[in-house]
Write a protein that binds this ligand. Sequence first.
Ligand code: AMP
Length: 541
Amino acid sequence: MLGQMMQFPLLVPKLLEHGARVFPRQEIISYLPDQTIHRYTYADLYKRSKMLSHALSEKLGIARGDMVGTFAWNHYQHLELYFGIPGAGAICHTINVRLSTSQTEFIINNAEDRCLFVDASLVHLIEPIAAALPSVKHYILLNAPAGFQCRLPGFIHYEDLISGSPEDGEWGCTDENEACAMCYTSGTTGLPKGVLYSHRSTCLHAIMVGLPNYGSLCLADRLLVIVPQFHVMAWGIPYAGILSGSALIMPSCLLQPEAIVRMIQEQNVNKASGVPTIWQGVYAYLKKNEIRNLSLKEFLIGGATAPPNLIDHFQKDFGIEVIHAWGMTETSPVGTISKLHTHHQSLSDLEKLKLRSMQGQTLPFTEIRIMTEQGEIAPWDGKTVGEIQIRGAWIIGSYFKTTVEDSFTKDGWFRTGDVGYLNEEGFLLITDRAKDLIKSGGEWISSVALEVTLMSHPLIREAAVIAIPDEIWTERPLAAIIWKDKEQTAEADEIRGFLSGSFAKYQLPDQFIFLREIPKTSVGKFDKKRMRQLYAEGNLK
Ligand code: AMP
């Protein structure tokens, strides 16, 4: 027998409607690319998102299911696009501004974006490819000063577009299963692939991420949204934040440690989110400038393994709790979050750190399993390693326009390509990416384990380990290292000695190279594909 409750769709614009109705005065503060600060409230965000959704359909002819691209930093207009585009029944396609021009061109054409909203400070990245983007009928400039000129055909200003449109009326979306947003994978293993989020998956993800045992968001919080809005919808934090009534602080392109610390201080920020590279920089800046007593109490870290010593040092030196999370573009993105339970409080500091450094436990309505090489589901035993597979209410069911062989199992789980194990309580530890594992003489060596240990060395700031071809062993590890301080370095033998406490002899890297910079992907992760290519060309130096 069916239940007899109303069918009330979970729609993204309704999420904002709730925020604006219940917390109309809550603030949204944007540090704009021109260094000015813009402030307004949830009520303003709501009104202007409504104006935008009307303008899209009535002035630009955007219809249900159309793709609308955004090429922008984190700020209030980009938030308006997050709600106004799906509010018009269309799909908010956020484009990574750090990709190569050819990837950007591929993505816009693949998505068939009907119009493109571009930050004035990023126009120069779109101008050279505009002639090769036949689907784009309108370019709309964000944050462009009066009199701004550019070569984008027929461009209009954002404020001119929305001006005069009604601030009320019905939203143009009704079906929770329709798409509200799209992101492309970062394309480190081939062409980027589109992942289409639905209204329902986005709302459910937002609700769960904000729960006390996970992101723990509420109306007393002031969130600094560092993760770019073009990277998996800023990890869903804008949606979860508005649902929880939290103040949002949007940093646009001002992502240097000094700027981040200034925003934390000026806006009394208590929570934030970002990748390890950002937090490494913030930590070094706080130490160097002896800054203490920050309002920041905790932050989410993810996108790549968080080095345990970073988690430890933030806690010990600044009393800031680092919450480790794992996810992917294909998982909206949050898959797991690591938070200690009450019974863990009696553990030793080291044991607690070990748990907090794991990627953590699943959220409600998602499930994870480990599939061994032998095709068996691994027990939760803290040691049996295999591929991480996931299913749930905000996990990809299929890619946009493309079928990727082997992405899904026959029984309906998404194959992540990450490798790891679950402990007895279901805490996940990622030991590697399947393609980053090093196979030496038939034995696996974990590049992640080597990197994490290297980054716990007091002189090392960043370390990336790759496999290099070897005639005898097939592959051997090479470690690329950046020192914290170029005046304080060590010899390769000393580093090898440091590692030998934790690794078998055959696992130790054969080569160490000391770099000024490690190649990174568009979202700030070690670009191992590029490193391997540079090594093959003799240019990794
Ligand atoms: P993306 O789709 O760009 O967000 O990349 C997803 C990939 O980043 C995952 O499949 C992992 O390989 C990696 N990743 C994300 N978060 C973590 C984490 N906390 N620890 C280790 N790897 C991570």
